[in-house]
Design a protein around this ligand. Structure first.
Ligand SMILES: [Zn+2]
Length: 680
């Protein structure tokens, strides 16, 4: 069995939402849709989002420690609290050494012991710093990179096992761009005022971190500039987010001989040996131009500068585990400057997040035993099958898809695998040693365990039972290389899934999420993969042309949305997700109408018809308060649209919504028929 949380380069799991998390408010147990939060001062035909959510937005203002807080984040927070109580119980009792209870308990308890962590400071990392300072040769430089990679410390490039995009049964090695401290290459290259400001703040941040680690102020200043120069070179050679969305552009399979010839300044044999790998198979070079630049840098960057860069890599990767000063400084830049957060999250949330990454499956097993009722799975299986039928029906009715392609679309839909709740087989942690000596060393040990697990997969058949999320995760995904959708137990709670709720609110929320994930198998990226999960376009050219023409309508609609002052949404970056939202809602609507025929729901609940409740439920899922800086950051980085646009974007295109809420020409949410987007 394999670790759950690993960067799978080629799998491209399409998630339902770029998650952050949440706050302190106590929330009432919700068993059904809460109409008391609807604000009738707003007209549904003008501003449906605020009509449904204004009460929510006022009741749950943005906490200081969040950059975004939505009903999604609220659920994540509530779920974390359940996990917290499980973990704290383990942390406060004694367990036999080597048991999973001991590992979870010690890991969490040590993370919470900030006094001990502060007292130790950098001491646990002394051996690591010594290793760096004793680097003398080019070989030492390259050994260090492998050493970091083995311990999950980001440096220079990324390496890992993942399915071969064109032979999805088999895991191969992939190399990918990496090595940046900031989360997007554009921050290094954009010339606008805010990007320049961010760069200046970043250099100051690096400088501060170096000083904190004991480097003199003067040296720290100089070294920070060196680091910025090196990262900027890497950034300039990196693909943009859009370029990385093209699976054909990132598919460059090479033999090891070819890789050695192309990037001859790196000793690949030595690297493989350092990683403990006996693998002579192919390597997928995801961004060739990045590796061209890396190859040059290995020759023309001095050994002294590499040492500076490594020192920074180590501090940056471990900042949250080596004491309050580092943690605060890390937050000052990444939390405050980048996201606009005012306060760090409470310690338990941060430590729980790290514990989840280290031992997520073991925690998930305990979580689902306690919090995931079998009836939830049953109802969910039913929903998924109805959604599958709904999409099938809609495929039959598409006027733009050729008959030939429809046959293949049906095949792909029929073979789409579904995972619900939790995996059949749990991860085995017996080879992971967790002690009570040092938090940061525990983290590095857990990283190493996951890395090794992943390295072991290279050259071997793909395990189709593997999950890419832990059961306690509040999210969902579609994995093209597996042609599968996955809904962890975490998302099967309100406001997505109401175990006791009426069909309308379930189809409008989790139903649309299921539909959303399904369409990812057929969107601008997903359709490039066939039913086996191989990168193999099964559409005819005319289908692609018609699809793209229809997709362009959505690109234009979103490009015209102002998200903040003069900043507009990025219709191209968010296209796949916007298609999925529109398609998901349409498919869910069809499935809901089918369900109504078999099992009609009472006419009105809380003053709303079933069709109205369907749309109310969708809108509630996306209620969120968000900071301006976070709007800017997400518009740049997140493929998902902002909450308000995830609501208004799809419904304005749906005649069913217009009918349910009497939307007429002249209303804000009215789009004339000939200008509407319609894909699925
Ligand atoms: Zn999605």
């Amino acid at each position: 069995m394999k670790s759950r949380i690993i960067l799978k380069f080629a799998v491209i799991a399409f998630i339902i939402m770029g998650i952050t998390t949440s706050c302190q408010q106590k929330v009432d147990e919700k068993t059904t849709f809460d109409v008391s939060l609807i604000d009738k001062n707003f007209e549904p035909a003008h501003d449906f989002y605020h009509y449904v959510n204004n009460g929510w937005l006022e009741k749950y203002p943005l906490p200081d420690d969040e950059s975004r807080y939505g009903s999604f984040d609220q659920l994540a927070k509530e779920t974390s609290k359940k996990v917290q109580s499980l973990v704290e119980e383990l942390a406060s009792t004694d367990h036999e050494q080597g048991t999973i209870e001991q590992k979870i308990g010690d890991f969490y308890a040590l993370g919470m012991d900030i006094d001990k962590i502060n007292e130790q400071g950098l001491t646990p990392l002394q051996a690591e710093f010594k290793r760096i300072s004793s680097i003398k040769t080019t070989k030492d430089v390259q050994d260090q990179i492998a050493h970091f990679h083995l311990h999950g410390i980001g440096s220079l490039f990324g390496f890992g096992g993942s399915p071969d995009p064109k032979m999805s049964d088999m895991n191969i090695a992939h190399i990918t761009q990496s090595g940046l401290g900031m989360s997007d290459r554009d921050y290094y290259t954009n010339t606008d005022a805010r990007s320049k400001q961010i760069r200046d703040a970043y250099v100051k941040h690096v400088e501060k971190m170096l000083s904190l680690s004991g480097i003199s102020e003067e040296n720290a200043k100089e070294k920070a500039l060196t680091i910025m120069d090196m990262e900027t070179r890497l950034a300039k050679a990196s693909f943009t987010r859009l370029e990385n969305r093209d699976p054909n552009a990132t598919y460059n399979k090479k033999s090891q001989e070819e890789v050695k010839n192309l990037y001859s300044n790196f000793d690949w044999d030595n690297y493989m040996a350092n990683m403990g790998l006996e693998y002579d198979g192919v390597i997928n070079v995801r961004q060739p131009k990045f590796f061209d630049e890396m190859n040059k840098m290995l020759k023309d960057v001095s050994i002294e500068d590499w040492k500076t860069y490594f020192h920074w890599n180590l501090l940056h990767s471990t900042a949250n585990y080596i004491g309050s000063e580092f943690e605060k400084e890390h937050f000052n830049f990444f939390g405050k400057t980048m996201q606009g957060s005012e306060k760090m999250r409470e310690r338990w949330r941060r430590v729980l997040g790290v514990t989840n990454r280290a031992l997520g499956d073991a925690i998930g097993q305990k979580f689902t035993e306690k919090h995931f009722p079998p009836q939830a799975k049953e109802r969910m299986v039913n929903l998924v099958e109805n959604l599958r039928d709904g999409l099938g029906q809609r495929i039959d009715n598409l006027e733009w898809m050729s008959e030939e392609t429809k046959v293949k679309a049906h095949e792909k839909l029929a073979t789409m695998r579904v995972k619900i709740g939790y995996p059949d087989q749990w991860e085995d942690y017996s080879n992971l040693q967790i002690g009570d000596k040092s938090y940061v060393l525990n983290v590095l040990e857990a990283n190493k365990f996951r890395r090794k697990d992943n390295l072991n997969e290279i050259g071997k058949p793909v395990d189709k039972d593997e999950w890419f999320m832990t059961p306690q995760t509040v999210n969902a995904y579609y994995a093209p290389s597996m042609n599968e959708i996955c809904f962890p137990a975490g998302i099967l709670q309100p406001p997505f899934f109401y175990l006791e709720g009426d069909d309308a609110i379930n189809y409008g929320a989790i139903g649309a999420v299921i539909g959303h994930e399904m369409t990812h198998g057929f969107d601008d990226q997903g359709r490039l993969y066939d039913k086996e999960g191989n990168l193999n376009n099964w559409w005819k050219a005319e289908d692609s042309e018609r699809f793209e023409k229809r997709a362009q309508v959505l690109v234009d609609q979103f490009n015209n949305i102002f998200v903040l002052d003069t900043l507009r949404a990025d219709g191209k970056l968010s296209l796949g997700e916007n298609i999925a939202d529109l398609g998901g809602l349409n498919i869910a609507y069809t499935a809901f109408q089918n369900a109504q025929k078999q099992n009609p729901q009472e006419k009105m609940i809380d003053g709303y018809t079933p069709n109205q409740r369907f749309f109310l439920s969708w809108a509630r899922v996306w209620s969120q308060n968000i900071r301006d800086k976070e709007i800017i950051r997400r518009t740049k980085e997140d493929v998902h649209s902002l909450g308000i646009n995830r609501v208004h974007g799809p419904i304005a295109n749906m005649p069913e919504f217009h009918e349910a809420f009497n939307v007429e020409p002249g209303d804000e949410l009215y789009i004339p028929q000939e200008e509407r987007a319609s894909i699925w």
